[in-house]
Design a protein around this ligand. Sequence first.
Ligand code: ADP
Length: 369
Amino acid sequence: MALYPQLILDALKHVRYPGNGVDIVTAGMVDDNIRIEGNKVSFSLLLDKPNDPFAKSLVKASEQAILTYVGKEVDIVGNIGINYKTQLPPQPEKLLPQVKNIIAVSSGKGGVGKSTVSSNLAVALANEGYKVGLLDADIFGPSVPKMFGLEDARPYLEPVEGRELIRPEEKYGVKMLSIGFFVDPNNAVLWRGGMASNALKQLISDANWGELDFFIVDLPPGTSDIHLTMVQTVAITGAIVVSTPQEVALADARKGISMFMGEKVNVPILGLVENMAWFTPAELPNNKYYLFGKEGCKRLAEELNIPLLGQIPIVQSICEGGDNGEPVACNPDSITGQAFAELARKVARQVEIRNETLPETKKVDVKRG
Ligand code: ADP
């Protein structure tokens, strides 16, 4: 009897996946590529997980079904493959269609300067002529209001095409929203995960962000539900991870990077920022003291083959700028302002490089708006 793929499929229809009782052909678990050479048949069963407990028994049952329904003279090779179609992360519906690039800023640990970098990066990109938005998604410790001197701001609603939308605050050329504008920051810590995620979604979808070249999202430290909410809510262009050069911070940064690169999140890493890279006292401007170790992020970036986007020293003005509501990037001629301007240019460049590798239809123009 001549063998042909449909014959094999008909036989495999008799095998049911024990997990849901559906036959494996209908469940899409049989790879289209059934190979037949003479009386040798090889086929692959596609499973969602490599360690599926039914894997071996399914192959056996499939081989048995082919022997039973096709014929005893058939020589069979059954394999297990992974169903990559079901491995892809859910495609977020395209919220923020007028936003060209969404950049997540994250860190492994708290206190390494993630919000400082987010705020200064946003201002520095605005100084470069881009249209910039900043979302403070560090829902458990929102610091953007303080860093921009907007602790008392209470954004109001405005009608836009028949909807009432939250109007982002605007300062130093950056449109911004923070949960800190709506709740007492001291109470934010008590939020349950679901509430925090919903509040964040609202700040994204019910706000009048308008057209933006860059939307910077200051994420909470570590790996939280908020990270998952963000990747499921918007299409993130890439992530920036901030760390100090200290070993304990780097270990957590590494975890953060692998979360972004993992299947569940699957966001490209634009690069690492080394914050608090060294300290230079004002009276000894040529001296560099490596308080948290030397070039730890540089080494990590090299090891993981990701770009090092910048090294920001410990400077009193950076801390004061954060406390006084005027990020140092507002003064692009200062040394620290220049460091953030350089960072902004590198980030824009990385986004361009990334876009160049995308198919034509997905390319985004990052030229100044
Ligand atoms: P995170 O968002 O990671 O928790 P922050 O950005 O709030 O960290 O920074 C923690 C503290 O360190 C803030 O007081 C900030 O002003 C200060 N800081 C951050 N980076 C620097 C720096 N490069 N030089 C001086 N102070 C810094």
